[in-house]
Design a protein around this ligand. Structure first.
Ligand code: IMP
Ligand code: MG
Length: 195
């Protein structure tokens, strides 16, 4: 087990956290289990793990190392068009996959699913390219606001309907480097990027 820094070591970042929902050990243990399940299910299939930059980098790095079979990885990057299209989950691909996925076993890896709108849009885009299979592995599931039912082959854990940071999840690009998951103090929600 990796010996993570304690929360206090993260100084100002940790001081902004009101409550830790998942410790670094709890997250790591679950990631390990997901890797074991994927290794069993995809043996002989050379799966391609696909993630959306940038939040996924932390989970993807740990998940890859918990997978013990041959596996490949690729990334996409997206940006929202406008407030109006964002509500429909429509996103613009600003970086596409480098890997052709026709005939490949693709596992879409997500850090968090809330409404499911953006994920649904991306899955339809990938499905149109004719993969042999297309499944989803999500670490943090927030079922409360789900607008679209998406089958989740692998699910890390359910989270309450609260805005959380850490383990790749950001607030205005900060807190991704925290190895645990926590809720921000209300006062941190506006000042986090100042100074
Ligand atoms: P949705 O499922 O289309 O609503 O969008 C999920 C996206 O919203 C994720 O990929 C995150 O970028 C962001 N997101 C949702 N919940 C949180 C959170 O609690 N903290 C940080 N980002 C979040
Ligand atoms: Mg994301």
């Amino acid at each position: 087990m990796v010996d993570w820094y304690p929360p206090e070591a993260y100084g100002r970042l940790a001081a902004d956290i009101q409550e830790v929902l998942l410790t670094a050990d709890e997250v790591q243990r679950r990631v390990r289990e997901l890797g074991e399940a994927i290794s069993r299910d995809y043996v002989g299939l050379n799966p391609l793990l696909v993630g959306v930059l940038k939040g996924i980098t932390i989970f993807m790095a740990d998940l890859l190392r918990a997978i013990t079979i041959p596996v490949e990885v690729d990334f996409i990057a997206v940006s929202s068009y406008s407030a109006e299209t964002r509500n429909k989950g429509v996103v613009r691909l600003v970086k596409d996959l480098e890997t052709p996925i026709a005939g490949r076993h693709v596992l879409f890896v997500e850090d968090v699913i809330d409404t499911g709108l953006s994920l649904n849009y991306l899955l339809r885009t990938l499905q149109a390219r004719g993969p042999a299979s297309l499944e989803v592995c999500v670490l943090f599931n927030k079922p409360k606001h789900r607008l679209i039912d998406i089958p989740l082959k692998y699910k890390g854990m359910d989270l309450p309907d609260r805005f959380v940071v850490g383990y790749g999840l950001d607030y205005r690009e900060h807190y991704r480097n925290l190895p645990f998951v926590g809720v921000l103090k209300p006062e941190a929600l506006h000042t986090a990027t100042e100074g």
